[in-house]
Design a protein. Structure first.
Length: 173
């Protein structure tokens, strides 16, 4: 045991700190729902272990898997600089999702990715508006969509008093 410690070996079964897996950052941290998004994950320990069979002259590396919320991400790539590249599919609904990776038997989580709606519609009306009154409304459309957005509104009204509604909002697919 003394010889193992003196030669820098670890005889206690713990991973050296550079081999411990940690996930520090997902770039970008916000993605748009309905859009495939390239992702870059950064952390520590993003190095695969390699198992070599000397007799068969064969080597295999530890499997890499990436999960964002309930979705297993297909084909993540471990780059030479230690970062992981992946593509977020366009199927995740708006929300905040935990990001986790596993490399062989090692696991890391704790990072998050927020998926936001591509279009946000906000109706702004006076708080004291009563049914039958004619006053100024404003309809604000914020678009994060990757293409132009057209919006059609059938009517805007108040019902019950103090509650503004917009009906017939149509967004082309």
């Amino acid at each position: 045991m003394i010889a193992g410690v003196a030669l820098g070996g670890c005889v206690c079964g713990h991973l050296r700190s550079k081999d411990q897996l940690s996930l520090d950052k997902v770039e970008p941290s916000v993605a748009i729902a309905g859009v495939c998004t390239p992702l870059l994950l950064r952390g520590n320990g993003f190095r695969p272990g390699v198992v070599t069979d000397v007799d068969d002259k064969d080597a295999t590396s530890e499997p890499l898997s990436l999960r964002i919320g309930p979705v297993e991400i297909a084909n993540p790539v471990l780059r030479a600089d230690g970062a992981i590249e992946a593509t977020l599919p366009d199927t995740l609904a708006p929300g905040v999702y935990e990001v986790s990776i596993s490399l062989g038997r090692r696991y890391a989580g704790g990072a998050a990715l927020q998926v936001v709606a591509p279009i946000e519609v906000t109706l702004q009306a006076p708080a004291d508006l009563a049914s039958g009154e004619e006053r100024t409304f404003s309809l604000v459309v914020a678009s994060r969509a990757p293409s132009d957005v057209m919006l059609a509104v059938d009517r805007i009204g108040v019902w019950p008093d103090g509650s503004a509604i917009a009906s017939g909002i149509v967004l082309p697919v």
